[in-house]
Design a protein around this ligand. Sequence first.
Ligand code: CUK
Ligand code: CUA
Length: 764
Amino acid sequence: MSKFVLKSTVLLVAAGIGLGASSVWSAESLQDVLKRRGLSQQDVLAAAKTYVPTGKRDEFVAFSSGGQSGQVIVYGIPSMRILKYLAVFTPEPWQGYGYDESSKDVLKQGWIDGKEITWGDTHHPAISETNGQYDGQYLFINDKANPRLAVIDLRDFETKQIVVNPIYKSEHGGAFVTTNTEYVFEAAQYPAPLENRKFFPLEEMNEKYRGGMTYWKFDRKEGRINTKESFSVELPPYWQDLSDAGKGPSEGWSFTNSFCSERYVGGIEKGRPPYEAGCSAKDTDYLHVINWKKAAELVKQGKAKKVNGHDVLMIETAVKEGILYLIPEPKSPHGVDVTPDGKFIIVSGKLDTHTSVYSFEKIQAAIKAGKFESKDPYGIPVISLKDAVERQVQLGLGPLHTQYDSKPCIAYTSLYVDSQVAKWNYCEGKVLDKLSVHYNIGHLMSMEGDSAAPKGRYLVALNKLAIDRFVPVGPLHPQNHQLIDISNDKMQLLYDMPLPLGEPHYAVAIEATKLKPGVRYKVGTDSRTDKPHPGAVRAGEEVTTKTGNKIEVKGTLIRSHITPETIEAEVGDEVTIHLTNLERAQDETHGFTVSTYNVHASAEPGKTVTVKFKADKEGVYPYYCTEFCSALHLEMMGYLLVKPKGWKPTKTAASAKAAYTEDDYKATVKKVADTQAVIDSVVGYITSVNFKDFPDVVAMVEDATDQLGKIPEAKKKADEAAAKKDWDQANLWSEQIWQYQVKAADLGLRAKTYLEQNGAKPVK
Ligand code: CUK
Ligand code: CUA
């Protein structure tokens, strides 16, 4: 006995120690954690500045170029959590982009000369502006490799349009928008003959090769670019680069730099010095200053020439009408960034340690006075650097791009060679602070930092190299976006974010509250056209038709079934399946695929999608929902039956042996009754509060009512079967009643949670 007591005591003590130890762990202090993880006070301060607690949201949303992925990366600031990849120039399976019919149509707009192009080299995203401030409605991004531009609607974060530049063979200085997004513009990069499919030898570079500036007219009401009202200004083959739009006093003008005004023709294999030497021989290149407002009027007056069916204002006309000027800029310039007040244009030369601040007022004075230092070989008046520049400031090696702070006169410029960010005052020409980044920074981004009203707070360094910053993952390293706190005098590096997608060039960040995307579509919407989808049907209207060898299915998706559940075809039939997601509950997306036919669609609540394929192989192909949408998601499936031509059934389907008993049926009936009690209590709560004041809840209640509305029909079938003692049918129809209940209960519970969290008040 005593032995037994002793043993128990030992066990208890041991358990006590165990408990004690674990309670020490759970009460680990901040100091303990610092010590255990080897963190400094500075690290913890940085962590506190970036950490967004679970359930809380970021202050800013960044849209980063996805580089060679042809996509856009969306992430939150300051948490640096990636929120989404937007499918733009490249097929993206999750979103069905390039795997359903309407998104294929969008990608097809980007085909060039009938050739399918499935990637893009995205560089510069731009958010639409109203009065020079980000309005959060649209996003634009360019493709440098295949000169194209895309329009993304920020109501649903989907790509709606791709336009192909009609005259360039490559482009770079886009996308940039005018103050009220009248135009989205892009400059050429590598010169080429403007006329399509025309060859001229490189020796004719000066005469036959051209650059240019394209102004795409944006129709805000339609949310699309109007290609007919778009135009370009022909420019010399100076290798145009980045651009920016004027604002405030410089509104109506645009600025574009260039980096090979030598018009050098390389050919190292022919014994000529390479491009890199020839294109940086001169000390200066040219900043192009264009009056786009007047250019647009000239085009309206018919002063443009049609090139490849597109309006182009030729250099001669532009010079004659006084809308095009050049100013020297040192040396191998890259970034050009208009200050928030629109008074200055800041240009950095990759091979110059200075950054030049041009004065718009001085430029205008020179133009008015007709004071030019020369004309370039194409007759374009050249304003002298001295007459246009306000000041030049020595910032460091390899200055590239500039962004602005909410504080007046404060700018941040990336120093590529130095791997640093320089904070400086462009009104006083003083360097204020420098911060090392890792490594070789390209662009940088402050919050709304290229708009008329920058928000300050944070800066992101978009570094070209990561080298040793992350756990190695092979020779191809992740990109490194570094978050920097700029709210104090000294910049503080807060966080390294590895970006595992493409080489992003530029990014823009907007206040999160300015974005107001929807959570559902109006039922039956084609999201790529924003119009009612012709293949949409409502519940109960599902239909399959066959005309000749064409099968068209108009079906629906709702937890947890696809209607129809069988599609029958003959080998060689063309099958078109339209599916409408009838859900209105937030985040209840269904996906759809058919085994081996390489189709996939993502149907968010309300959306109608279409997949199309030729049923060219005899066989049995399951189709199913690809999003885990409910407890019975796996059962959300059906069969595509592709029969050989002329196939006839040889025997009627054998009815399965009875699988259920009367007891099974009774158990199901009881389960249904119990579930009804749960539903009644939820309904009791919802109707006891002012749920009608919450549109989201009203939609959920309607959807739940829809589900419950299907019960009488199923009940009738169950009762009829039970009367005939057909326990199989009776039980299965009762199970179906339970399915309707489960869905209604799920919606009801979500509605209840929503009401509780959003301060619903009791009604009398
Ligand atoms: S570019 Cu890449 S670092 Cu295309 Cu704006 Cu300067
Ligand atoms: Cu719908 Cu899974």
